[in-house]
Write a protein that binds this ligand. Structure first.
Ligand code: F6R
Length: 638
């Protein structure tokens, strides 16, 4: 992952770089670094350290050197432990070339070994340092910077966004992009470069998205972009109006708990916004009374919705399969949504893990639709899967929470969720907004395909809002009990088993992931029917078993049997049950009782308590729930 921010212009760069780094913290928070060509000494001045927010704040107070060209880096460690030496920037032997890197240089070990043979001395154990030493040898062998860059790109494999600064050319940033994102902001006698334009969104809205497999020579008043063969590219400047909003915790202790509480509104905002999409595109063909009724307006205006999604109504009617591609929590949302598309819209649906997708056989089918699901819209695995599908000319839709993201730009159509910025690394409100978005879309498709009528469409939306309401009210009713009694007790266990069936099995996977992420407690999740096929050997009084119920009578009864299987082996059961499910409630040691909802929306209704429970466990164990160790909010490496 990692975040990069750089500046060249006629102003001092230091404060801008530190501010930008803080904005890019979501890309990694293992270490931070800064380098500029110092105005006084005309030499590189570099500071770097392990750690993030505190370090950047400390540096911005203590670092005194400044210059009109500089860059900074926030690291998510891939190669080399988290320490000061492995922090970026990295330098060549004579410290006249500085580089920052986002991505992974594949096969760097071989290049490093041959550079060492040539006499280069390495300080760090990163893949990135290779880029500094290699470039210095290529600069010596080539006549121009451009030809050295071209030679470099022929030697480096993998994914990289690199920025070089040369002490000998203190007017230039050399920006190279292969797969990892890079944007340039065009200012007045100044240029900004970053992994994400939010780093400089308060400075300019004139943006150049550096194309994949290209490099740019950036000076304060010019940007020249070339492909890796050295051909000059004509790249347009886009105007982007999104701004970086400083989001604060308000009165909450952490962003995670604030975001857990925001879910009801995030879902409602998202669905209400989706309902306006049709009319945003066109309301011309609607009569006045329809314009006043949002549901009728948009149901009848489905055509405009399909246009926004880059498909036709005919394609939706004749669709043979849907493929959902995602990673992590988004993959769990996709697995829940498989039930929506298959049960409501009657469309066979496959769900793929983005990181596995590219290595599986892919059958080109023009009656197939791909939905790429990603909160950030930047996840490298999902982006690469999207590129593969695009290359085969199949239809793609992106559903993300970040409308300016790479995945949105590259998909044929998109649905922008309105969950609002999610700062906590563990996804909460974006997960439930994804589930809600996909439920809404499945119903819209079902309507288009004649599977449901307008009344049923309206009921579906009402059900969604009821589930969102229950998410919040059940959280409120169980809050004290979890905080005072349950979290302190369960935080003492060092492993958990999570079980469920049907639509709540992927939800149980999400619960287990959330517990692992924020509390570092080991959790294993199984479809409850699999328990007897092996995992039951793990059941004992030291391993709480969390069971999420479902609202299908037949499946519920099977879950009750699973609860008894656990109890008879001295296991300890925590049940998430629905009102009236007395058999499960009685069998459990602890039960959360949730009002009944539309059975397909059980994951939304149960999310609030589940997330609050794991959040409180993290607090009990003194973990930092907003920034768990080893993680980053946006995973831009494969
Ligand atoms: C877990 C979490 C991750 C992300 C995953 C995909 O809380 O947030 O598992 O879901 O890295 O990220 P997006 O959705 O941005 O593609």
């Amino acid at each position: 992952m990692c975040g990069i921010v750089a500046y060249v212009g006629d102003k001092p760069c230091r404060q801008h770089i530190f501010d930008g780094l803080l904005r890019l913290e979501y890309r990694g928070y293992d270490s931070a670094g800064f380098v500029c060509v110092d105005n006084k000494s005309k030499r590189f001045c570099c500071h770097k350290e392990a750690g993030m927010v505190d370090i950047v704040k400390k540096m911005s107070e203590t670092v005194t050197c400044d210059g009109s060209i500089g860059m900074g880096h926030t690291r998510w460690a891939t190669h080399g432990i988290v320490n000061q030496v492995n922090a970026h920037p990295h330098f060549n032997c004579s410290r006249t070339i500085a580089v920052v890197h986002n991505g992974i240089i594949e096969g760097f070990e071989k290049i490093r070994a041959s550079l060492i043979k040539e006499g280069h001395e390495f300080c760090s154990s990163t893949d990135s340092e290779v880029a500094a030493h290699l470039f210095s040898t290529l600069l010596e062998k080539n006549k121009s910077i451009s030809s050295a860059v071209i030679a470099l790109t022929q030697k480096l494999d993998g994914a990289y966004a690199l920025i070089y600064m040369l002490e000998s050319h203190p007017d230039k940033l050399i920006v190279i992009r292969r797969k990892s994102p890079m944007v340039i902001g065009v200012g007045n006698n100044e240029m900004f470069v970053a992994s994400d334009f939010l780093a400089f969104s308060d400075k300019t809205n004139q943006i150049i998205f550096v194309p994949d497999d290209s490099f740019a020579i950036v000076t304060k008043d010019n940007v020249a972009i070339y492909d890796f063969q050295g051909n000059l590219l004509n790249v347009k400047i886009d105007t982007i109006n999104a701004t970086y909003a400083t989001v604060d915790k308000q009165n909450f202790e952490h962003f995670m708990i604030k975001e857990i509480y925001e879910q009801k509104h995030a879902i409602m905002r998202t669905i209400n916004f989706f309902n306006t999409i049709g009319s945003m595109v066109s309301t011309d063909n609607l009569n006045e009374s329809n314009k006043k009724n949002p549901l009728i307006t948009h149901a009848e205006n489905n055509l405009s919705l399909w246009r926004q999604l880059g498909v036709t109504a005919d394609q939706i009617s004749t669709l043979k399969t849907i493929n959902l591609v995602a990673a992590g929590t988004s993959w769990h949302a996709a697995r829940i949504a498989q039930f929506f598309f298959e049960m409501i819209a009657k469309i066979p649906t496959h769900v793929y893990l983005a990181s596995e997708f590219r290595y599986m056989p892919l059958f080109v089918n023009k009656d197939s639709l791909f939905i790429m699901l990603s909160q950030s819209g930047e996840t490298a695995d999902t982006l690469e899967a999207l590129r593969l599908v695009n290359s085969l000319d199949m239809q793609t839709i992106a559903i993300t929470n970040v409308p300016s993201s790479s995945i949105v730009r590259e998909a044929s159509g998109f649905l922008p969720m309105q969950a609002g910025p999610e700062i906590s690394v563990a996804a909460t409100k974006t997960f439930t907004s994804q589930v809600a978005s996909l439920y809404w879309l499945a119903n819209r498709m079902a309507y288009e395909r004649g599977m449901i009528n307008l009344d049923q469409l309206k009921i579906a939306q009402d059900d969604l809002f009821i589930a969102a309401e229950i998410l919040e009210t059940t959280l409120e009713t169980n809050k004290l009990r979890i905080t005072q009694e349950l979290a302190p007790y369960y935080a003492k266990f060092d492993k958990f088993i999570f079980l469920s069936r049907h639509i709540n099995y992927p939800f149980a996977l999400e619960a287990a992931l959330k517990l692992k992420e924020v509390s570092y407690i080991f959790a294993q999740c199984y479809p409850a029917g699999e328990l007897k096929h092996g995992p039951i050997a793990l059941v004992d009084e030291h391993t709480p078993v969390v069971i999420f119920s479902v609202l299908d009578e037949l499946i519920y009864n099977k879950l009750v049997s699973n609860a008894h299987e656990v109890k008879t082996r001295r296991g300890h059961v925590i049940a998430f049950a629905f009102e009236g499910q007395t058999e499960l409630i009685d069998a459990a040691d602890v039960a959360f009782i949730i009002p009944r909802v539309n059975p397909l929306l059980a994951p939304i209704a149960m999310s609030g308590i589940m997330q609050f429970f794991v959040y409180q466990m993290a607090r009990e164990l003194d973990r930092p729930p907003d920034k768990p160790r080893n993680l980053a909010k946006s995973v831009t490496v494969e």
